[in-house]
Design a protein around this ligand. Structure first.
Ligand SMILES: *[C@@H]1O[C@H](CO)[C@@H](O)[C@H](O)[C@H]1NC(C)=O
Ligand SMILES: *[C@@H]1O[C@H](CO)[C@@H](O)[C@H](O)[C@H]1NC(C)=O
Ligand SMILES: *[C@@H]1O[C@H](CO)[C@@H](O)[C@H](O)[C@H]1NC(C)=O
Ligand SMILES: *[C@@H]1O[C@H](CO)[C@@H](O)[C@H](O)[C@H]1NC(C)=O
Ligand SMILES: *[C@@H]1O[C@H](CO)[C@@H](O)[C@H](O)[C@H]1NC(C)=O
Ligand SMILES: *[C@@H]1O[C@H](CO)[C@@H](O)[C@H](O)[C@H]1NC(C)=O
Ligand SMILES: *[C@@H]1O[C@H](CO)[C@@H](O)[C@H](O)[C@H]1NC(C)=O
Length: 824
């Protein structure tokens, strides 16, 4: 077997088990210790809407620059008399803390406000004491902190006077309890004493999310309980680059052959900057690794002969920032499985490269039979929130194996992902293409192939059911049929935003803009795209997690949308069933539906009239060959309403459409009526029409002049970076900008399994000048007057500019301070 280890490491925070062992030789008297006081002060509950913790101060309502008065009560509409005060909570030996507020009359709040009134925020505080070694003078190595199901934490001096000099640096916890998340590396706000214990305050923002913690009624309780786990350890070992096996990405080997083009090795830097120079054979681009970052290094596999060993040895060459070069051999465990047969199979873990360089795993269930003629379309199966399809395969056991169709089970980046939108949607489609490439790569797999860009049937449960609605309605021409089970419509319909704190202060005109940034996620708005597509929606009649009215409502919207919908659309309510039941997909009506949609290779024909609804053209596909390419007013909905009769298209109505394209091979159509004009069309090819602002009509353009422009969309789309997200940070290592970037890189890795790359500003400026910046979305953190943003903004591609070290928008000064500069 030949393994060509290419490329591409960015900064790694590594923990390496590479040199190891000294730490165990040290006696307890020679090491630093840390202790957490198990008694917590708790202030709350305060109303908060779902996910509002991301824009409320984590210490709300406290001002951490002032002394804390534990006798004081605070206004809160949840408490009797409109007040709440401090209470105590105890964590157990494992650091688990249960926070509840039994004095609140939750049932009375819930009777009118529903789940929204169980959402709450609390602020928690205890003390952390750091003990120096009894002997020796080892410097304090830093802390490793894991906060599970809490939203943010911060460590501060005990004395409020000191607090004024220490702005709280909040770090996000792992509130979603994401799988395989490494603890955070945390520096203390000031160095601990070398000869006596030093105490610090540690604060947690504790936020109850129905979505994460569930309805207490399911556990027979009326009172919501936050269960938060916090562990604090002193960082161990003098070696600072670590191989992290939990971050490895490995595929199964089928009869000795890798089921994937790539494997990944996880590294983390416990301290210092590192460069991965090469992996085994090929000298890659040298890769810079920042202190505390975790990265998974791709190793491309090219294999001619079967590999049957249980361990794969990979040699890695690593350099520290002082150019001290070392070689290490890493053993990767290989899981071997036998080629599937008609009676025996197991789910296969396969791999591919997401966003150019990120090794990514997905799971597939092989069909019983190879295809005899044309390849058969696969099924895309989307898991629910919190379901880790890599390590807990049980969900997959309830997806019945198909006779001819592969079942593709992507991760969506992580167990929560982005609710199958954004990078998670991209991951799902990429897994389909990846399977196609893998099956093409070996002659013995050719009989099992799928077509490139194949149409699929989509099924999903819970969040995955919602994801099935999402993918099908945004890419209707790629879909043969949809089975959304126990799906919610959209996040605001799941837990209403009615208990919003910010809504009491914000100008409603601004709130409208914030709320309309959810437009791309609102599945109900796009159901017009599904009226011609077969849908079987399923819901347990007593679902305690996603209430059954969601599916009934989606059906009702769909059925009133199109005259044709009633024939295609089936709603199956399973009476008495809860959120999950093993037969949800494993039953005759689902399999009969799948048989019928997967056996028609024919094009789904439009009814006499259809409407394509789109809000982000770059994240939407075509409907019956019609595709909206750009909008007149970005951020608003756009529609194409197409009327047809037996002779072809009769009329097209456009709403907010700047340009659209149509594949005329699919229609008998020589001309379209748009508004007042009749536009002649060439036969049998694709064409693009666009809106001409001068005479305010649609007309044909031969070349799509808009093809290269980046369409404006919400800022969240930065996550759709074509490569790892590049952080450009100030050259001064002590600058806050670096720690901000490191915190963001950690969160991108934990929550979205998105990779980040660090560039020092001086390097980035050089690359900008030589046009060699990597193909990725770039985030600059620093002052607007520094060189990198100056050069970028001087190109005048946006209405932003920098003048006299102030940031301007349309020539108006946005900031009136010089704050945030690193030289201060
Ligand atoms: C922990 O904190 C509580 C309350 O603040 C205090 O009474 C107790 O003495 C502390 N325990 C230790 C071991 O410091
Ligand atoms: C917090 O307290 C400090 C010290 O009393 C004060 O200077 C500051 O203005 C307060 N901040 C807010 C937002 O009230
Ligand atoms: C809080 O109340 C206790 C008991 O009434 C009292 O002893 C203490 O002095 C009070 N503390 C403050 C800061 O007011
Ligand atoms: C702490 O964790 C251990 C190991 O997981 C478990 O056996 C024990 O019951 C836990 N203790 C508590 C108080 O939950
Ligand atoms: C026309 O559009 C279809 C569907 O978008 C695409 O597959 C095809 O390659 C296009 N053909 C041309 C000539 O651009
Ligand atoms: C838009 O319409 C005007 C007036 O008919 C015409 O002069 C111009 O060339 C058109 N622009 C494009 C891009 O077709
Ligand atoms: C608008 O301009 C385009 C491009 O010049 C032309 O083809 C079209 O006929 C014009 N429409 C009207 C109504 O003038």
């Amino acid at each position: 077997m030949l393994i060509r280890h290419n490329l591409i490491l960015y900064q790694l925070f590594l923990h390496l088990p590479f040199g190891m062992a000294q730490q165990s030789a040290l006696s307890d008297d020679a090491i630093w210790r840390v202790e957490l006081n198990k008694t917590w002060d708790v202030l709350g509950p305060f109303p908060i809407h779902a996910r509002e913790q991301h824009y409320l101060s984590p210490s709300f309502p406290l001002n951490l620059s002032e002394p804390i008065n534990l006798n004081k009560s605070w206004p809160s509409s949840y408490g009797d008399d409109g007040k709440v005060s401090w209470s105590k909570a105890e964590s157990d030996a494992n650091g688990t803390l249960s926070v509840s507020f039994p004095n609140i009359r939750w049932q009375s709040l819930r009777a009118t406000e529903g789940w929204a009134a169980l959402q709450h925020h609390a602020v928690l505080r205890t003390q952390l004491t750091v003990y120096p070694p009894r002997f020796g003078s080892a410097p304090f190595p830093g802390l490793l902190i894991q906060l599970i199901q809490g939203s943010f934490f911060s460590i501060l001096p005990i004395e409020p006077a000191h607090c004024e000099q220490h702005v709280a640096e909040w770090m996000s916890g792992n509130i979603y309890d994401m799988e395989r998340a490494l603890p955070r590396i945390v520096e203390l706000p000031f160095a601990p004493s070398l000869d006596k214990p030093t105490a610090y305050n540690i604060f947690i923002s504790g936020d109850y999310e129905i979505r994460l913690f569930g309805d207490p009624a399911v556990k027979g309780s009326t009172s919501p309980v936050q269960t938060i786990r916090l562990t604090v350890d002193v960082k161990k070992g003098s070696h600072s680059l670590m191989h992290e096996p939990s971050q490895d990405v490995l595929c199964d080997f089928v009869d000795g052959f890798a089921f994937g083009e790539v494997i990944g090795m996880g590294f983390r830097s416990l301290s210092g900057w590192w460069t991965i120079k090469k992996v085994k054979l090929v000298l890659p681009h040298a890769v810079l690794i920042a202190p505390s970052q975790t990265r998974t290094i791709p190793v491309i596999i090219i294999q001619e002969y079967p590999f049957l060993e249980s361990q794969l040895q990979v040699e890695v060459t690593i350099a520290s920032s002082d150019e001290n070069i070392k070689k290490h051999t890493i053993s990767l465990p290989i899981s071997h499985i036998k080629h599937w047969t008609d009676i025996a199979h197991e789910p296969i873990r396969a791999t591919y490269l997401y966003a150019l360089t990120t090794p990514t795993v997905f799971v597939i269930v092989p069909p019983v039979m190879p295809s005899l003629g044309e390849p058969h379309p696969p099924i895309l199966a989307l898991h629910g929130a919190g379901v880790d399809v890599i390590d807990q395969c049980s969900w997959i056991d309830y997806l019945p194996r198909r006779r001819y169709n592969w079942i593709i089970i992507p991760t969506g980046r992580t167990s929560w992902g982005l609710d199958w939108h954004g990078p998670s949607a991209r991951d799902a489609w990429a897994a389909v293409d990846a399977l196609c490439s893998i099956l093409q790569s070996k002659r013995q797999w050719h009989g099992w192939q799928i077509q490139r860009g194949s149409k699929v049937a989509i099924m999903g449960h819970s969040n995955g059911g919602q994801g099935a609605w999402y993918l099908a309605s945004r890419y209707p021409d790629r879909v043969l049929g949809v089975v959304p089970a126990a799906a919610y419509i959209k996040s605001q319909a799941y837990v209403p935003l009615s208990m919003s704190r910010s809504a009491h202060y914000i100008d409603p005109a601004l709130r409208t803009i914030l709320e309309s940034s959810l437009t791309p996620d609102d599945n109900d708005l796009y159901l017009s795209n599904l009226v011609d597509i077969p849908v079987l929606a399923i819901h347990g009649g007593n679902d305690e997690n996603v209430p059954v009215w969601h599916s009934r409502e989606a059906m009702s919207i769909l059925q009133t949308r199109g005259p044709n919908a009633n024939a295609n659309v089936i709603f199956h309510e399973d009476p008495g069933q809860g959120h999950w039941y093993p037969s949800v997909f494993d039953n005759e009506h689902v399999q009969t539906f799948m048989d019928s949609v997967l056996s028609t290779q024919e094009r789904i024909l439009p009814a006499s009239k259809f409407t394509l609804t789109v809000s982000v053209p770059s994240e939407s596909g075509s409907l019956h060959g019609w595709k909206i390419e750009s909008l007149l007013l970005p951020g608003r909905l756009a529609r194409l309403q197409i009327d047809t009769d037996e002779f072809g298209i009769t009329k097209v109505l456009t709403l907010n459409v700047h340009s659209f394209s149509v594949d005329l091979r699919l229609f008998e159509c020589r001309a379209v009526h748009i508004g007042e004009s009749m536009i002649p069309l060439p036969a049998d090819q694709n064409t693009t029409l666009h809106f001409n602002f001068t005479n305010r009509t649609m007309c044909e353009v031969m070349e799509n002049e808009l093809a290269n422009s980046q369409p404006p969309s919400r800022i969240q789309d930065i996550l759709l970076s074509p490569g790892p997200i590049t952080f450009v940070v100030p050259d001064t290592p002590s600058c806050k900008g670096v720690t901000v970037a490191l915190r963001l890189a950690h969160d991108l890795n934990v929550y979205h399994k998105l990779d980040s790359n660090f560039l020092l500003e001086s390097t980035a400026v050089m690359m900008l000048k030589t046009e060699t910046l990597p193909p990725s979305n770039t985030v600059f953190i620093g002052h607007p007057s520094s060189t990198f943003p100056q050069i970028v903004l001087d190109k005048k591609k946006t209405p932003f500019a920098v003048k006299d070290s102030h940031l301007l928008l349309n020539d108006i000064v946005l900031d009136d301070t010089n704050g945030g500069r690193c030289d201060h």
